[in-house]
Write a protein that binds this ligand. Structure first.
Ligand code: HAM
Length: 417
């Protein structure tokens, strides 16, 4: 038997309704907040992700890179932002002086070690807003993510918030971090020892116990922000207070992608289902990404949620039944009459199941009950001759006969549609 690739999953009929409900809630919320939907390719030219500025683990070690038959270097997108910005720039969607709010839903690919809530193919719902930075916009984007979690009735959603300042600020801060961590070098985990050379900021969000004690006394980036950056951050906090968003300023939050500047944030919940992979979503502001991808010098902010993680912590379940009625016939001579009834009922919006197996009456009735149908419409030789249909209530087992002509009006009334 063939098996799905490691780190992937199938959405079977048992789970597909929850997926569709989640997508519907997202589309409705985005419509309400005036965001425009975008769809970009699953793969991009590799340099969209492997930009010289990007040294994050996700981009250097975890991408699916390949060459097509024309030897073009391509990469399956590991995240949505870079492809969306490439598209916005290529399609000249930025209008100076106006903000551009967009959203997207789609699969992403990262060659990571699979575990609970972490896959190699996973779906993200994300937003990006391109335009002049302002604390009120940062707050609005965070509020949008928070409201969505509330709408999904997720248990105690919370925002972890930080500012990582500008590149200049981070340069100064990095020096301070290196000076702080170097004396502890041998006590740090292997991964953090490596990060001390490559990207010391990432030691801050290490999940290793031995690192966490050392990290707790490390210098805080907030103390290195310029006056302007600090005021900006305080204003974002003030607006979140006013909107009653539950958040915690988290000095160790630095995020895994290199394009961020100033405001960064993650969404978490109290739910324990996710274990260590507890980030439902994350995002932040980026200052140079649009320019790096060939666009004007303009800032942006966005976030993305992992859809699987949202589903794991929300209670979106399958409906108990989607079938209203089942048409039951065994008689080969009347199937055209039965089929005509099916077409008429379908076009009046009734959810009807037709058993093309033409099994025994008993088997079909049993199946109709298992599907949760309210009525079975039984059609035999007699009904065909008289242009009627026998309607059996599957709860009370009462049966009545209705003219074929009146069947949809009868059912619509009975089903309360
Ligand atoms: P990210 O933090 O890498 O950010 O991913 C966002 C969310 O995607 C995570 O919080 C998590 O829920 C989900 N996720 C990430 N990797 C996996 C995985 N392997 N399996 C399952 N879920 C996963 C970004 O991707 C940025 N592009 C977000 C952003 C948008 N920043 C600005 N705009």
């Amino acid at each position: 038997m063939f098996q799905k690739p490691k780190g992937t999953y199938d959405v079977t009929p048992n789970e597909s309704h929850a997926w569709r409900t989640l997508e519907t809630i997202i589309h409705e919320t985005m419509h309400q907040f005036n965001y425009h939907y975008m769809r970009t390719p699953l793969f991009e030219s590799s340099d969209v992700f492997h930009r010289h500025s990007e040294h994050s683990d996700m981009v250097t070690k975890e991408t699916y890179d390949f060459q097509d038959r024309g030897n073009r270097p391509l990469t399956l997108r590991p995240e949505g932002t870079a492809g969306i910005i490439r598209s916005i720039v290529e399609n000249k969607l930025i209008q100076p002086g106006h903000i551009l709010p967009v959203y997207y839903i789609g699969p992403n690919y990262r060659y990571e070690r699979p575990q609970k809530g972490r896959f190699r193919e996973f779906y993200q719902f994300g937003v990006e807003v391109i335009g002049t930075p302002h604390p009120s916009l940062d707050a609005d984007v965070i509020i949008l993510g928070f409201r969505l979690l509330q709408k999904l009735t997720i248990n105690k959603p919370r925002v972890l918030l930080n500012s990582i300042g500008s590149l200049d600020t981070r340069k100064k801060y990095l020096q301070a971090l290196i000076s702080y961590f170097t004396p502890y070098k041998d006590e740090l985990s292997k991964e953090s020892q490596h990060r001390l050379k490559q990207n010391p900021l990432r030691i801050l969000d290490s999940k290793q116990k031995e690192d966490q004690i050392i990290v707790s006394n490390a210098p805080k980036i907030i103390d290195y922000l310029s006056e302007e950056e600090r005021t900006y951050f305080e204003e974002v906090c003030l607006l979140l207070d006013r909107a009653e968003v539950s958040y915690a300023v988290t000095h160790t939050l630095v995020r895994g992608l290199d394009y961020y500047a100033n405001t960064v944030f993650e969404f978490v919940s109290e739910s324990e289902v996710l274990g260590t992979q507890n980030a439902l979503g994350g995002g932040g502001r980026y200052e140079s990404l649009v320019q790096e991808l060939g666009g004007p010098e303009v800032s942006g902010i966005g976030f993305a949620f992992g859809m699987e993680r949202l589903l794991m912590v929300s209670n979106l379940s399958n409906p108990s039944s989607v079938v209203d009625v089942c048409i039951i016939t065994q008689d080969a001579s009347v199937y055209a009459y039965a089929y005509e009834t099916l077409l008429a009922l379908r076009s009046s919006g009734i959810h009807v199941f037709y058993d093309f197996s033409y099994k025994s009456m008993k088997a079909q009735l049993k199946h109709a009950s298992a599907l949760g149908a309210t009525y079975a419409l039984i059609i035999g030789e007699e009904e065909y001759k008289k242009h009627t249909i026998a309607v059996k209530d599957l709860k009370t087992f009462n049966q009545t006969t209705i003219n074929q002509h009146d069947i949809h009006t009868y059912l619509l009334e009975k089903l309360g549609a």
